[in-house]
Design a protein around this ligand. Sequence first.
Ligand code: NAP
Length: 252
Amino acid sequence: MGQGKTTAIVTGGARGIGAAIARRLACDGMAVGVVDLTKEACAATVAAITGAGGSAVAVGADVADEAAVARAVGTVTEVLGPPTVLVNNAGIIRDNLLFKMDVADWDAVVAVHLRGAFLMSKAVQGHMVDARFGRIVNLSSTSALGNRGQANYAAAKAGLQGFTKTLAIELGRYGVTVNAIAPGFIETDMTAATAERMGVDFDELKKLAVERIPVGRAGQPEDIAHAAAFLASPGAGFVSGQVIYVAGGPAA
Ligand code: NAP
């Protein structure tokens, strides 16, 4: 199953941006390992892909757990073939002002974003080096530039940019490119959770966000999927170590 196709892994593929990226890569002809905390959570994304004639497998794994990551990459390799595209998208927020942020909230955010991307990239890179081809796409954020209430998240997302540039330098000689996408305001459960935390209606938060977005609308998961599809494509082989802000305007 899936042999001859490029195999991709998308973490956090159960919903939001990850689900849109998984569906888009499948549309572009890739077999997709959809990884999220539970296998059950990935079912809808996998059904959307297979229902449209594509190949996908659901895999439950916490990306911050080394053994679970090894098992997940093993399953995808067995079922779909060795992965040569990896999208590190899994993410959480635990927002609070510094004086109220507890250590557990710091550790959880850094673990999912940074340790998760590190473990996944380390587990998959051998397949990419063997194939002399690979594409790693990391999900950063405009919050990497600083955002009130997000010291943990901003630090992790800025850290991912340094991680991206370093892997690009190390892996370039093997035909592997490594880039980051830094989305602005995208309509997902994550931004809905932000509205809830702030005690404002989601539509109100969206309205406030859109007022500051030059293209005059909120981003959709498909906007990010489009950028990811480009970076994951064979033709993007001379683009590496870049951070692409997909925010409806300049980010800074
Ligand atoms: P989302 O709707 O909350 O989806 C994130 C997915 O990741 C969820 O299915 C979540 O599972 C999963 N996940 C969380 N921790 C995980 C772990 N340890 N292992 C495996 N999967 C895990 O978020 P989103 O808005 O689509 O965001 C996707 C990525 O884009 C994140 O990295 C986020 O930081 C980044 N981003 C989003 C925005 C935005 O405006 N939405 C802006 C900039 C950057 P559970 O549902 O079970 O937690």
